[in-house]
Design a protein around this ligand. Sequence first.
Ligand code: UN1
Length: 502
Amino acid sequence: MTHPIHDQVRAALEACGATAPEGTDLHARTPITGEQLMGLRATTAEELEGVLVSAEQAFTAWRDTPAPVRGALVKRWGELLAEHKDDLAVLVTAEAGKIPSEAAGEVQEMIDICELAVGLSRQLFGRTMPSERPGHRMMETWHPLGVVGVITAFNFPVAPYAWNTAVALVCGNSIVWKPSEATLLCALATDALLARAARDVGAPEGLHHVLVADRTLGEKLVDDTRVALVSATGSTRMGAEVGPRVAARFGRSLLELGGNNAAIVAPSADLDLALRGVAFAAVGTAGQRCTTMRRLIIHEDVAEEFVERLVQAYGTLTIGDPSTGESLVGPLVHEGAHTAYAEALEAARAQGGELLCGGERVLADEFPDAYYVQPAIVRMPEQTEIVRTETFAPILYVMTYRELDEAIALHNDVPQGLSSAIFTTDVREAERFVSDAGSDCGIANVNIGTSGAEIGGAFGGEKHTGGGRESGSDAWRAYMRRATNTVNYSDELPLAQGVEFL
Ligand code: UN1
């Protein structure tokens, strides 16, 4: 019997108005069963050339369109995303293996960012500053960049694209999207809805394109001087290639890469609340969020009780087919992810770790080509090499501490710097954690987990996380260039700094 997801996928694509280019170059696949969903024809290098020409042309028309009018496109896109929330969520479940509530949550992030971007379209503020010269005015103005290349990962197949695209569009740019090969159907449906929005509001042709492609075409996109900004979400390894390549041609890049996110649990913490916060962050999306909690740094006095309760909570997790709506933990994306999970657990054991629960592949009889695993908790004697490494799977390493400064030092002593949290009811500890001397991450939370950020804040992190910021706050500035303008409205020509000449 074929799995119902096949029919659901076809229906969702149709509802979104997407026509998948059928072929044999690439394959859409579902991690739910490991089966192929459909064969796809890849975008060719010649087609990429056409895409870039079209995106450049669209840009010149779009930059002449007033920003609030550009906002109308994003407003319409947001309406269509809301209308097709369930369809897109089905595709996210099918290709990324998310449980329905998390898949719907991801689409909700798209809708939310559209709302934020529409508001932004009237708020792309520049500042004015006093000139030192009489009869002069100084100001800064913000201008669109051009073609923006967006590279996204399998684990959030649609939300980071929307963070980039909704904002980049109101800022006046055109978009070329290179989605993960694992989530091409999500990309085609998302793009089809944007195409419909563009038709509905009469936006220029060619503002947005999606590449059905593997990394070879992605590299061409990264290297092309016509692409003013490359915004890439994915592994640190990918970012380490993309960043220098874009920099070598003096392009701009915005990198949102791996995390190795931790929570400190202090003795004063509300342990019931912390338990739920840790469990969702460590296990949600089967440990495949860049914000997944991978390290727990817990005070000696509460460690035993808390870890015991956490192990019990892990015992109640339902693992299995996410499409039924009955499991909390879906599959890993593919066999390679399972190998990484198993190897990391092996390394942890070799480095002195003690497996407290989980660690096994399950449901292999029912789904021989899919990779469901039990989320694992491993007690570590110290922060060894494997703990300092991001493994994209549900493994939580537990370490204990005595003094807060020691916990913060341990917390920061990893290469990555995306998200972080402290659970405490002591205001001094909480403030210290979010101070200059506290967490070194782009996201530092108090009494909530490391994952599930809202779109209103800037999203991204430091060190090997890449330094980029997407989504809310003033992240829009990354999609524009700044010009400083000095206007002389006098009939004199005084030079700055009192310089005399002629
Ligand atoms: C990612 O995993 O790449 O904060 C993005 C979160 C989500 C986004 C995660 N809002 O967990």
